[in-house]
Design a protein around this ligand. Sequence first.
Ligand SMILES: Nc1ncnc2c1ncn2[C@@H]1O[C@H](COP(=O)(O)OP(=O)(O)OP(=O)(O)O)[C@@H](O)[C@H]1O
Length: 648
Amino acid sequence: MTSTSTTTATDTRAGNAATVRRRLGEFALVRAGAPILLVLLGLFVSGNAYLVQIATEGLIAYILAASFNVIYGYAGGFNMAHVITYGLGAFTSVYLETHTSLGFWASLAIAVVGTAALSVLVAIPSRRLGEIFLAIQTLAFGLAVSEILVNWQDFSGGTTGLYFIPSPTFFGTTLFGGEASYFWLVAVFAWLVFELMTRIHRSAMRRKFTALRESPRILAAVGLSASGTRLVAFAIAGGLAGLAGALFAHFQLVIDLDTFSFGRLIALLLAVILGGAGYFWGPLFGVVALLVMDELSLATSAAHDLIYGLGILVLVIGTRGGIAGGVQALLSLIKGGRARRSGHPAAAATAADDAGPAVASADDPTRTSADEPVDLEAAAEHAGSAVELVRRRTTSHTLGFDAVTVRFGGNTAVDGASATVSTGEVVGLIGPNGAGKTTLLNTATGDTPMASGQVRFDDVVLGALRQYEVVNLGIGRTFQSPKVIPDLSVVENVMLGGDGRATAGTVRQTLFLPRARGDDRRSREKAMELLSDLSIGHLADRPAGAQTYGVLRMIEIARNLMLDPAFLLFDEPGAGLTELEREEVAQIVRGLSGRGLGVLLVDHNLPLITAACDRIYVLEAGRVIAAGPPAEVFAQENVISAYLGAAR
Ligand SMILES: Nc1ncnc2c1ncn2[C@@H]1O[C@H](COP(=O)(O)OP(=O)(O)OP(=O)(O)O)[C@@H](O)[C@H]1O
């Protein structure tokens, strides 16, 4: 009795807290507290010129580190020219102010827009290349711009730099760099940047940036352009770096090229990595840590490098994910301890999740790290209802593979294979290992180029389209090994499927304006419904990287259902699943064809194929050797000898 009432009271408290959190929104307290803390900081330092100096410098460094965290921490792009972009912001704002009639504010705005645009231009040539090419290309750009700046005396002051930088005025008050008045100006911008970061963190942008960093292939698979997403990250990061540069120039009052050297890039990288790359709090923690270390090493100048080096070593080795990662792990430990003491299972599970990805139990595939079983029987029963959230297709379409040939060097993986899938039917694709099934499927989604032949969606030839355009035409797919973003939660992974259908544009999403918030709310609701129907709703807020194979498959399926596709191509959805989970997949597949979708199902599991498919194609050595209803095909001699003999 006592334990029941304790649990009920805890439940009620947890429920109330969750309701308050939902009403206030994520980061609500932090967002409200940030300006108050900045004002308190300003009041605290304003009597002391040295502290004003350090605080102003720290806030500018925060803006710069936050900008680098967007491109490197969130989006995973290593922009070697980031510090040069920072320098360009500084030189551009001063140049415009001193060589034109534009004042500080207009020059600042142009510097921000200009550095954002330039960053996009730098990223365009490498937008489809890997990270290493991006780093090399941005390094080359950085070196070239440095060379131009050295020679463009008028703009940069050459090797001697720029002096007599005018101070901005605000309603008649001069904001002199290094004085308290200038601190307040920088504090306002730092607050705005902090607010922007809270918005990016809550919006679809963070999901997209994380997907870009972890698996650009998933972005394409949900109808989003990886290269477009990378350009957005460059634009935001470049504009903020330009802002930091312009503020720095008017703070320092003297700037030269050395200030924006590659050495500075290393300090920037250190700040972000120390703080925790990709973590919301990372840039702030990193800047504070570096400032503290600088102060300590100044106090004992003889041991400057030693203290600096040791501090960095301890932080990088000691805490995974930098300081922010360490703090998060510590908080989870404390929360976990409290939850265990209170004996409340839900709280304990949440705390376990916060600790980061855990390993799924190998002994029992139905158990997650939080040790909460997935009710597979219920899942199999309810799976069919998940597809009811998918838009019913009333128009008919055909997906046609016409004499498709794919070669990998001298190996012909697919050899003139033709097949069709119409909406409303489930078509199986079977064959022995290496027969070319996955390769044929990949030709439809643009994952593998063809030597000859074509794939059509009605009359539209898919080879002419980009991968994400194929998805937007109405073709979804799953992968042979399920692809999810481990750093995002289960529900966020599913929501990615809806992000390609967002009504809010890039600016609205970045600023998380009402339309973007509406998209997000609808997307979350649908994702939650799908997860509940698939009986994994209780895992929604857990990290996807900690889930079992069966759950990963369901996440992938739910993400595809968010797309409302006309065709869904499943690549071995039954692999690694239990019998009940396969039953669930079969229900989903049949349910989808009932909603008017066309399904192409690649699998080795013959009971699944027989239960789910209207027609099948058999591939052997890249060629179609049989086609028709399963019962007829399985009776054919050539199929028995080519495939079934091997499978039995
Ligand atoms: N990226 C690649 N590079 C080189 N060869 C490849 C590549 N992908 C597939 N192949 C080869 O193409 C052939 C067909 O492979 P594919 O994966 O399409 O067969 P599959 O029928 O799907 O096999 P499985 O059932 O084992 O998944 C195999 O010989 C394979 O080694």
